[in-house]
Ligand binder design. Sequence first.
Ligand code: ATP
Ligand code: MG
Length: 441
Amino acid sequence: MALITKKPRGTEDVLPRDSYRWQFLEDIFRKEAKTYGYREIRTPVFEHTELFERGVGDTTDVVQKEMYTFTTKGGDSITLRPEGTAGAARALLEHGLFNDPLPIKNYYLTSCYRYEKPQAGRMREFHQFGMECYGTNNPAADAEMITAAKAIFDRLQIRDLRLEINSIGCPACRAEYHKALKEYFSAYRDELCDDCRDRLERNPMRLLDCKVAHDHQIAEGAPTVLDYLCDECREHFDGVKAYLDANGVAYTVNPKIVRGLDYYTKTVFEFISGDIGAQSTVCGGGRYDGLLEELGGNAMPALGFALGIERLLMLLEAQGVRIPEPETCGIFIASMGDKAHRAASALTTALRSAGIQAEFDVVGRGLRAQMKYADKLNAKYSVVLGDNEIEQGSAKLKNMRTGEQHDISLDIDAFIEEFVRLDIDTLLTPVLEEADGAITE
Ligand code: ATP
Ligand code: MG
């Protein structure tokens, strides 16, 4: 098999016939983020490896097993971003964004890279939309973050999504909890995987997140973090729940969620679907109050979520949510003869500059073949220009869906005016400004 015509394992192409689905979601993300007062941050696709070792945590699966790391010609160790938070936090420190009025509200829309075993919902290159808020400890902010993620799912009319929340405490209460976990897991030391034996010493909470089946089974009986929360963390968690209740957001408390990245503190949450198989977490997030300090900055509380776009698309598909397919051709200007062809070219250009999706023949087809092509494009209207039409300065505009015909002047301004009057939807501009709502079949 020729390698050059085969994409690497765990990657996906988005083909032109499908890209509208991605664009539709991206519109929704951006619009929702804007509604919540978030602005976009874009950071490099690669960073210094150390950023992820420190930021994501060197006892996580992501850092231990999944990073795409390489040495540059200059001898630096570089890693393709496995997630969006560490790079955004690095940028925040580097550019002093922490001086902005609080809270700082950023969103990102990025590709991520993890060397994982490819399967449905688990890719090596995948995409995340994430929202992140810096500079507030208040439980209202945790609930707001969860509400923002939920707003996106609601906007898409997704059903049966379970919200699970938990608190994993702060460094203060975690010391006690770590002790309890160590005690519990030590009894099983010989049965644990090699990674977990190492984690037992360095970061026992990571054992709860191990994907190895037997370790997972052992973790079932482990002490739960909620029994070890300090007063401050307990109060905070109660606050989050109270604000979720006030917003009418339904949730279940699942004391087993710890999340895959090391930087989380206090609130963690996941949106989970029963409709997309084993990789069922569509969105995960929580608080990471220790991250900035871990990266060498001043301490500043923070929270956020990341939503997996591939999994969201799988979910939309599974639930039959139809994303409206955009029109590709408003009007096809067919022509016969050189003179008419030049007129068709000029008319098409004028229509396009008025924001109308117009096409004419650039392949050299005969009239019949042009009309066949217009059908394939699903053109809404067509017009045929020949010597007669040019001479008379008018032509017949045909509605391709109804077959209705209509005289139209070939004077360009008059043509555009008449066309827009007939078919206001064909103007691209309003479509670009407004994302359409999804339609459930
Ligand atoms: P999982 O437990 O499924 O491995 P994770 O804890 O590693 O997830 P996060 O790092 O929190 O996931 O990423 C947030 C979201 O990104 C996930 O909930 C999921 O929707 C998506 N995601 C994570 N890894 C992948 C992947 N390899 N392929 C596709 N989507 C992914
Ligand atoms: Mg993972």
